[in-house]
Design a binder for this molecule. Structure first.
Ligand code: 13P
Ligand code: SF4
Length: 301
């Protein structure tokens, strides 16, 4: 940790000076997650806890759509993202014009939008969801058919669990789409007794091979219950690193895929963001109300 000490001390000082809080997603590296973050969690926790924070500045140690959601929930605060290149293959897979075309093709069918989406896509949507509540949100609508965008695999996993017919979009997470059912079978063979946890952004065939599927927070809770001394998290690499630091007695089998977007956020980038108060995330007024409504409906459902 010594190599990080200078940046950590500077960031803690800058946070005090600017009345700043750092929100960190579970895929951030341990020195960010454990040493400088004030609020940590999955996408749902970050959206929920971003509401009404007692701070002037919010730094999102996560990706751009998460910073946009934090801005929607705190339009009067300064929201910073330490790298403008911290995007997301899911958010990049669909535009607001695509959503309007889907709505025209399926009039009256509600649009459920994964939070991994841009503000203008959220503004075209009826309600948002995260991987933690996707099943609940779809069931809460009480309809036989929904449009669920942009994650095709999450939508297929929810359709299997709910029986609701889902009109999908061909967006994929570039991290989770790479896992295969054969890999899971190989890891099981090589690691007898391992508990396999798969994120629902994985293809349905991968989820079918797992013992448990849930959001990053649900995986964290599963591990914390301590029923398994060897686990394999079929998700982004830092998730196991962060949990291994918190649970040294558990053996984490560690094949993983890196999210290049999450990895754009580093301690020096966070330090620079706080020193220069960049890069500020803004949302045009005409998108703010619609996007916020879709997120608030999710939080209230
Ligand atoms: P959750 O933390 O909500 O499970 O999302 C995972 C993810 O890929 C976020 O980009
Ligand atoms: Fe997007 Fe996947 Fe990276 Fe999450 S892990 S930010 S869903 S590309």
């Amino acid at each position: 940790w010594e190599m990080f000490a200078d940046d950590i001390a500077a960031i803690l000082d800058l946070k005090r000076r600017h009345r700043a809080v750092i929100l960190a997603h579970n895929y951030q590296t341990p020195e960010i997650f454990h040493c400088v973050a004030d609020i940590r969690g999955d996408s749902l926790a970050l959206a929920r806890d971003a509401q009404g924070l007692d701070a002037d500045v919010i730094v999102m140690a996560g990706v751009h759509f998460m910073a946009e959601t934090a801005k929607m929930m705190n339009p009067d605060k300064t929201v910073l993202i330490p790298s403008l290149q911290a995007g997301c293959s899911l958010a990049d897979s669909i535009t607001a014009a695509d959503v309007r075309a889907l709505k025209r093709a399926h009039p009256g069918v509600p649009v459920v939008t994964y939070v991994n989406s841009t503000a203008d896509v959220k503004a075209e949507s009826d309600i948002c969801c995260t991987s933690a509540n996707a099943r609940h949100i779809v069931e809460s609508l009480g309809v036989p058919r929904v449009i669920m965008i942009p994650d095709e695999f999450l939508a297929q996993n929810v359709q299997r669990d709910t029986g609701v017919e889902i009109i999908t979009w061909a967006g994929h997470c570039e991290v989770h789409e790479r896992f295969t059912p054969q890999e899971i079978r190989d890891w099981r063979r090589d690691n007898p007794g391992v508990a396999v946890l798969a994120h629902p952004e994985c293809p349905p065939g991968v989820v079918a091979e797992a013992d448990f599927s849930g959001s990053t927070a649900a995986m964290s809770d599963f591990v914390a219950r301590g029923a398994h001394d060897r686990v394999l998290l079929v998700t982004e690499c830092s998730m196991s690193d962060n949990l291994a630091a918190a649970h040294p007695a558990i053996d984490f089998v560690r094949p993983c895929n890196l999210c290049p977007h999450m990895k754009r956020i580093t301690l020096p980038a966070i330090r620079h963001a706080l020193e220069s108060l960049t890069h500020e995330v803004t949302i045009p007024d005409h998108l703010l109300a619609g996007g916020r409504r879709a997120v608030e409906r999710m939080l209230a459902a």
